[in-house]
Design a binder for this molecule. Structure first.
Ligand SMILES: *Cc1c(COP(=O)(O)O)cnc(C)c1O
Length: 233
């Protein structure tokens, strides 16, 4: 299994490097978050050993369980799915980046935990870019308001934005949604304060990470492609 994972990771990293080059950047400018939601702790740890230091889970509870089971000090956890406020206290201390902040009440809870921990918690604000009302994320006025609100939350560090393109769209539409997220980042980047520094753009998954990188992604979240040949189905 580990050999197959190594080769998958190598191929994905090559594709990342090629897309980064096409957009005038280097592979080091793009962080690969390997999404492990499809597999158990054993395969998750194997993926880490195959060269993925950044791992992403969409369910807080699963992230806690895996963080407990896998004692790798260099492993960095990313929460990429919805976070309930009552799960912040257990999630924030073990997560290097929370990608999916979608309400000011959640921002406030994260700040309180940051105060308890005595350090800022790094987050991205999730923006709704697909027009899919069922999706989580701030709409545009909500995002502007959240950035304003976050300036007073000293123990939250807003490092950028996260978004998901709609499923099954044509390349041009997908790229438009990614470009829109980049424009939002650029629009608000100038308003930075001590704890708001919009640098990261988390966008792109197995089916669209190359387009995302060409449109400016600094973080891609790739799951199924890395697990090809390892997942049973
Ligand atoms: C599952 C998931 C991914 C990875 O999706 P793949 O298509 O398997 O690469 C990325 N981001 C989020 C938020 C996810 O839930």
């Amino acid at each position: 299994m580990i050999e197959k994972l190594r080769s998958n990771v190598g191929l994905v990293r090559e594709r990342i490097a090629a897309s980064a080059k096409r957009s005038g950047r280097s592979a080091d400018d793009v962080t690969l978050v390997a999404v492990t939601k499809y597999v158990d702790s054993v395969v998750t740890e194997a993926l880490f050993q195959a060269g993925c230091e950044d791992l992403g889970e969409n369910r807080p509870q699963v992230l806690w369980d895996k963080a407990d089971a896998i004692g790798q000090p260099d492993l960095k956890w990313h929460l990429i799915g919805h976070l309930q406020r009552n799960k912040v206290a257990r999630t924030a201390p073990i997560t290097s980046l929370i990608h999916s902040v979608d309400s000011n009440r959640l921002l406030n809870s994260i700040n309180s935990v940051g105060v308890d921990l005595g350090r800022p918690i790094h987050v991205l604000l999730e923006a709704k870019i697909s027009g899919d009302e069922a999706k989580h994320g701030y709409d545009e006025p909500g995002l502007a308001d959240a950035l304003e609100y976050a300036t007073s939350l000293k123990n939250v560090h807003v490092s950028g934005l996260m978004g998901m393109a709609g499923l099954g769209l044509e390349e041009s539409e997908t790229r438009q949604q990614f470009a829109h997220l980049r424009e939002l980042k650029e629009k608000y980047a100038s308003q930075s304060s001590a704890n708001i520094e919009l640098k990261e753009l988390s966008m792109g998954m197995s089916n669209d990470f190359e387009w995302a990188i060409e449109e400016g992604a600094t973080i891609v979240r790739v799951g199924s492609l890395l697990l090809e040949g390892v997942l049973s189905n």
